[in-house]
Design a protein around this ligand. Structure first.
Ligand SMILES: [Zn+2]
Length: 165
């Protein structure tokens, strides 16, 4: 693993952003999804013969979640192009990663998958809530509090409040 980027100002910003976490971002996201009662596969290829591994995969609903590292995937908030002798090398490397990410998204969506990309700096709870909402939509769950037309278990009509005089 290359560690050389660790001395750049951008990478120090990423490290500061990550300070205080006791788990890796992927693990934190998985725990949050698990807390929502979801079942999923981890680190698997959504499409067997396409060599792209998603971090969290919901096979039945065809949702693939990728946790992208801020530096390697060129996060707009934390990635700053490298300077100096090796600048071109790193810039090309990250540009290639971004092209690959876009290609992954395209291949998966063509195969009927929904791709969710989460930056490693993003709030885990917010990202998990987004995934939960997406899955609910795919399952066709009615939104909480919304009348879906099915009879109420009690069979009682909804009480109408008296009109104030
Ligand atoms: Zn970031």
């Amino acid at each position: 693993m290359a560690e050389s980027w660790a001395s750049s100002p951008a990478s120090r910003a990423v490290m500061r952003a990550n300070r205080g976490r006791d788990t890796r971002p992927e693990k934190a996201l998985r725990s949050a999804l698990h807390a929502h009662g979801l079942r999923y596969r981890v680190n698997m290829r959504p499409i067997k013969d396409v060599r792209r591994t998603a971090d969290v995969v919901f096979t039945r609903l065809k949702v693939a979640v990728f946790m992208d590292g801020c530096y390697w995937h060129g996060c707009p908030e934390h990635y700053r192009p490298a300077h100096g002798r090796t600048a071109t090398f790193w810039q090309e490397k990250i540009a290639a990663n971004k092209v690959r990410d876009a290609d992954t998204d395209r291949r998966l969506s063509e195969a009927g998958w929904t791709v969710v990309r989460v930056w490693e700096h993003e709030d885990t709870a917010v990202a998990a809530a987004h995934v939960v909402g997406l899955l609910a939509g795919k399952r066709g769950d009615p939104s909480p509090g919304q009348d879906d037309g099915t009879p109420r278990p009690t069979g009682q009509p909804t009480p109408v409040p008296p009109i104030p005089q």
